[in-house]
Each structure stands twice: as structure tokens, then as C-alpha cells.
Design a protein around this ligand. Structure first.
Ligand code: MAN
Length: 627
């Protein structure tokens, strides 16, 4: 039996010996690449493919496993590690584990049914399967070809765009320098004009103020003289009161031990303590009572300085200081009068203390003098019309304050002119008002400033775009920022390439950021996977991470979001298509990627035939296992 099989196989083998290596072997289930090994050698034997044993050729496919690698039984299920080759004419040949031969199941990988040669269960359907497969792969190739073409177009567009944008950046950078220089000049001009405007306003204010000073100085002088007259009388009064109290303190009879006297003395001591200069000042002026009144008033109408009568400010200062002294002296007088009043009411009238009696009598006399003085002052005030004078002086003071406060409005260049309404002082020889020139200079400055800001952000945005990784050959340059979305029912997902990803509620249109573009995927430590885009640091998830999205692209002419899933809470995955994931067109020499990267990309983008066959094998194996 063995012998017979050997001779048949040998004859068949010999008759094909001269044919190419891929010639199908006459031995069932042999991969054509090993066909030459399945011919009896000169010794009429077969050497196991791994070289581990040599057996008579007749034992090949005798349904008994001889070789450890299973290579002697390619067409039977005798070995559990052999492989059976289906020729699949009309489709792609395939290899299946030889264990599946004649197992009563039509192995989908062997569309020719050859795996069931013994049972005869399976028809050859390779023509149909092959046609369908070809249609499918043709469609896929067509899509890839179109995608690759679109990719090449994009790459070309990107090149032109980079040149254009680099040119735009250079032009805008130049323009920015020019505008910055113009802006600096405009600022200098504006500052100079504002300074002139301020000076003009200041001098106008100065003359307004001077006019008010000139107009109101006489009132101030009259007021000052009147206050001076008042002060003189109050000082004399205080002096007299002090003399009375000093005399009580010095000359009273302590033996009487009069409580009212003791209290007056102690209250006076307290007054002296708290008004350190009052006593000496009072004594100094006490003697004035004897001097000629007019002379005294002239003396007191100080600073005695002639300047007070020509200088409004000096006069005002003198008036202020006279008024404040008058108030202080008036207070002292009230204190001292009250003190003596109490003494008068409370001293023991049975004691003949002459010092006390003199003081009480002195107080009475002083009261008369005071009444006379007040009457005189009232007449004086009436003669001068002091109330009117006081009112006009107060009005003048607020007008002056208003003119001075106007300087605060210098900055806007308007109030100074509006203050007097004519603006003549701001008129330039050339005809255009200074205010107008300032306004024009400011407008120019602000316009240039906004032009500078616009240019400056355009320049930095352009630089930022051009400096970032835009993929091989800048393929993403024409697409950067372009948005693509998918309505997935509850949410619409939007991916703006190289920019951001967003989840939009279809119910209330609220938006959740799914992240900003952070970079491409990684194939290895050095090579990037440009078909994977990562978006990170989106809105924080409640009790979870910041939302993020990874977009994975497969080749297609159009860019689209096919599906979005959320495999982990707040970690989204978008399945997308785009031409940039298509195989690189060989003629597309514009792509600047290194060899290794190009190969890697190619391996990724175009599945080689063997892979396809293997893919098909895996798929079919799964189907077989299901059956
Ligand atoms: C929202 C959406 C969901 C997410 C939850 C997390 O409802 O962003 O996708 O899972 O928040 O709380």
C-alpha cells in the first residue's frame, strides 16, 4: 500500500519537478512553497520539514503521524500540529490546522471544500467567495485610493498654506514693528500736547484765581480787621480775669478756710496747667488796657505785615490764625468767668477777705466793660456790614476752591475749557484749538494701540500655529480648528481638529469640554501615531477625572465622526475617518517624514496581502470554531 502511494506520488512529483516552486503539489494539503520537498528523494524517502526524521515517502499522508512537526500528514488530521493548504482556486489560498481535515465541518477558509475531501460534504464555493472578496477589497482599495489622493491634495494645500502663512507672519511682524514705532511717536506727541493743554489750563486757572483774589482781597482785609478788634477785646478781658484770679490766689486769707475760694484757686490752677501759655499771654495783654485803642488794634491786626494787605493768601492765613486765637481766647474767658461766677455765688460773705471781695467786685466791673465792648463791636460790625463781608468772603473761597479743583480734570482735556466756556486760551495760532489737537492725538494713539494689539495677537497666533507639530508634511495645517460632529442621541459630540472636543447635550444644549488638543498618539518612544489625536483636561467629572477624548482615525476621503463611546466614565473614544489616515501616495514626495516613520505609517495604513489573508484566516477560524 505504502509502496503504491510512493510510486504514484513520485511519478506525479517527477512530472512537476521542472515547474515553479508555487506549482501545487501532487500531495494533498501541501503548501506550494514546500512542493519540492514532497517528492520522493533518490532514497525514496521523505525528510520531515524540520529535518528531525526521515521516513519512507509512502508514509506521507498515510493517516499516521510520523514527523514531530506534523509535516508528513499535510492532507490528513493525523497530526495535531500540521497544517493543511487549501488551494481555493478563484479566491485566496489558505492554511488551516490539519486537525480540521475531514472533521465534518466546512471550514470557511477552505472555500473550495478541499478540507472535507474524505467526507465530500463541502462544495467548492470559491468563485462566489472570491468575487465577493474582490468586490470588497476593490471597494476598500478604491476608498483608499481616493483617500490617498485627497491626502496628497491636502499635503499640497498644506505646503502652499505654510508658505502663505509664513509670508503673512513676516509681513505682519514688519507691520507690527512699523506700528510700534508710530505708536511711540504718537504717544510722545500726545504727551507733549497734553502737557501744553495742562499748562494752558493751569495758567487760565491761575488768572481766574488771581482775578478772584484781587476782587475779594478788600473783604478779607475788612474781616481780618474786625476779627482783630474782637480778639483785642477778648485778650484784654482774659488778661483782667487772670489778674483777678492771681490776686485771689496770692492775697486771700487762708485762715478763713472758705471752700468756694479754695475751689476757685484749684480750678484756676487747673486752668493754668491745661492752658500752659494762657497765663503769660494774658498777663502780656492785660497791660494793653491802658494803651491807645487804635494803636493797639493796629498792632494786633497782624502779622503787622504789609504783605497781608496785598497778598490774598497771606491775608487769609492771618485771618485764619486770628480767628482761631479769638475762639481760644473766648473759650478761656468763658472758663474764667464761670469760675469767678461760682466764687461770687459761693464765697462766705461774713468773712472780710479783701482779696476775694476785690475779685468779686472786679468781676462786676468787667461785666460792664464786656457789655460795652460787645455793643461797640456790634456797631463796628454794622458799620462794616460784617455779615455781608463774611458771606462774600466765604463765596469767594468756594469759587477759588472750584477753580483749583478744576486741575483734577486736566487729564480729560475737557473740563478746563468748559469751565469758562470760551476756550480761547486754548486756541492755537494755526486755528485748530489745542483741545482738538489733543483729542486728535489721543484718537490716533488709541487707534494705533488697537492696531498694534490686533497685529501682535495675529503674529503670535500665527507663530504658535506654525511652530506646532502639524503632522507629516503639515497635513493638518489646512484642517486645524475645523470642527466635525456626530449626533449620538443624548449628546452631540464635536471634535475641532487640533483644538478641542466638546459634548453638547441635545436636551438643553449645555456643553461639557472633553478637553483641549494635547498631542498625537505614540507608536514608539520616538514615532508619533498621527492617526490618533488626544484631547485632555476637559470639564472635571463629578467624583472623577477631568474629561478627555481620544480620536482614532481610519482612512477615508471624508473627515467624519463615526461613533463616540465612553468606555470609562468621562473618558471618551471617538472613531473617526479622514484622508490623513490613508496610505501615503508614493508620488507625494512633499511629505517630510523620515524613512522609518514613513514605513511605519505605510505598514499601518496599507495592510499587506499576507496580513489580509491572515486577517481573513483569523476571521474564518473564528467562524469555524463557532460551527
Ligand atoms: C454627564 C456626561 C456623561 C458623564 C457624566 C458623568 O452626564 O458628561 O458623559 O458620564 O456627566 O457624571
Amino acid at each position: 500500500m505504502h509502496l503504491c502511494r510512493i510510486s504514484l506520488v513520485s511519478i506525479a512529483a517527477l512530472s512537476h519537478a521542472a515547474q515553479a516552486q508555487s506549482t501545487p503539489s501532487a500531495v494533498r494539503g501541501v503548501d506550494p512553497q514546500w512542493a519540492a520537498k514532497y517528492v520522493a528523494n533518490s532514497k525514496g524517502t521523505f525528510v520531515c520539514l524540520d529535518g528531525s526524521a526521515e521516513i519512507p515517502f509512502g508514509r506521507v499522508n498515510d493517516d499516521y503521524c510520523d514527523c514531530p512537526d506534523g509535516s508528513d500528514e499535510p492532507g490528513t488530521s493525523a497530526c495535531n500540529n500540521g497544517s493543511f493548504y487549501c488551494q481555493n482556486h478563484g479566491h485566496i489560498p489558505a492554511r488551516i490546522p490539519s486537525l480540521r481535515v475531514n472533521d465534518g465541518v466546512c471550514d470557511p477558509q477552505c472555500c473550495d471544500g478541499s478540507d472535507e475531501w474524505g467526507t465530500g460534504l463541502c462544495a467548492d464555493v470559491c468563485e462566489d467567495v472570491g468575487r465577493q472578496h474582490r468586490q470588497k477589497t476593490d471597494a476598500q482599495r478604491g476608498a483608499e485610493t481616493r483617500g490617498a489622493r485627497r491626502r496628497a491634495e491636502l499635503a499640497e494645500e498644506a505646503q502652499g498654506m505654510r508658505l502663505g502663512k509664513e509670508r503673512e507672519w513676516a509681513e505682519k511682524t514688519e507691520a507690527l514693528k512699523r506700528v510700534e514705532a508710530e505708536l511711540a511717536a504718537a504717544e510722545t506727541e500726545k504727551l507733549a500736547l497734553e502737557e501744553s493743554q495742562r499748562a494752558v489750563a493751569e495758567s487760565r486757572r491761575e488768572s481766574q484765581r488771581q482775578a478772584l483774589y484781587d476782587e475779594h482781597l478788600p473783604e478779607l482785609i475788612a474781616l481780618r480787621r474786625h476779627v482783630s478788634a474782637e480778639l483785642h477785646r477778648w485778650r484784654a478781658h482774659r488778661g483782667s480775669l487772670v489778674l483777678l484770679l492771681r490776686s485771689v490766689r496770692a492775697s486771700h486769707n487762708p485762715e478763713f478756710n472758705d471752700q468756694a475760694v479754695a475751689q476757685a484757686i484749684s480750678a484756676y490752677a487747673e486752668f493754668v496747667d491745661t492752658h500752659s501759655d494762657a497765663e503769660s499771654a494774658a498777663l502780656a495783654h492785660a497791660n494793653e488796657a491802658a494803651a491807645d485803642r487804635h494803636e493797639r488794634e493796629r498792632l494786633i491786626d497782624e502779622g503787622g505785615s504789609k504783605q497781608d494787605d496785598v497778598d490774598y493768601e497771606a491775608c487769609r492765613k492771618a485771618l485764619d490764625s486770628l480767628e482761631s486765637e479769638r475762639r481760644a481766647v473766648e473759650d478761656d474767658v468763658s472758663t474764667l468767668v464761670a469760675l469767678l461766677d461760682e466764687l461770687r455765688a459761693g464765697y462766705n460773705k461774713n468773712y472780710h477777705d479783701l482779696a476775694v471781695k476785690a475779685a468779686v467786685g472786679g468781676l462786676g466791673e468787667l461785666e460792664l466793660v464786656r457789655e460795652k465792648d460787645l455793643a461797640e463791636l456790634a456797631t463796628l460790625a454794622e458799620n462794616v456790614g460784617i455779615d455781608g463781608v463774611r458771606m462774600r468772603a466765604a463765596e469767594a473761597q468756594s469759587k477759588i476752591a472750584a477753580v483749583l479743583s478744576d486741575s483734577a480734570g486736566d487729564g480729560d482735556g475737557e473740563s478746563a475749557q468748559e469751565a469758562d466756556g470760551d476756550g480761547e486760551s486754548a486756541q492755537e495760532a494755526g486755528g485748530e484749538s489745542l483741545d482738538q489737537q489733543v483729542a486728535d492725538a489721543r484718537t490716533l494713539f488709541w487707534d494705533l494701540q488697537s492696531e498694534k494689539n490686533t497685529l501682535s495677537s495675529a503674529v503670535s497666533n500665527l507663530r504658535e500655529l506654525l511652530d506646532k507639530d502639524l503632522g507629516p508634511g503639515d497635513i493638518y495645517l489646512p484642517l486645524s480648528g475645523k470642527c466635525f460632529s456626530l449626533d449620538a442621541g443624548e449628546y452631540t459630540y464635536e471634535v475641532c481638529l487640533l483644538d478641542r472636543a466638546t459634548q453638547i447635550s441635545n436636551k438643553d444644549k449645555s456643553r461639557q469640554s472633553l478637553g483641549s488638543f494635547s498631542g498625537f498618539g505614540e507608536l514608539s518612544a520616538t514615532a508619533k501615531d498621527y492617526a490618533v489625536h488626544k484631547y485632555l483636561q476637559g470639564t472635571k467629572c463629578w467624583n472623577g477625572p477631568h474629561r478627555s477624548l481620544t480620536a482614532s482615525f481610519t482612512c477615508a476621503e471624508e473627515i467624519a465622526v463615526l461613533a463616540v463611546t465612553e468606555p470609562e466614565k468621562c473618558e471618551y473614544h471617538a472613531r473617526m475617518t479622514g484622508p490623513f489616515a490613508c496610505p501615503v501616495d508614493d508620488q507625494d514626495t512633499g511629505l517630510e517624514q523620515d524613512q522609518g516613520q514613513a514605513q511605519e505609517q505605510k505598514a499601518k495604513s496599507i495592510p499587506p496581502m499576507t496580513d489580509a489573508a491572515e486577517g481573513q484566516t483569523t476571521e474564518a477560524a473564528a467562524r469555524h470554531d463557532e460551527l
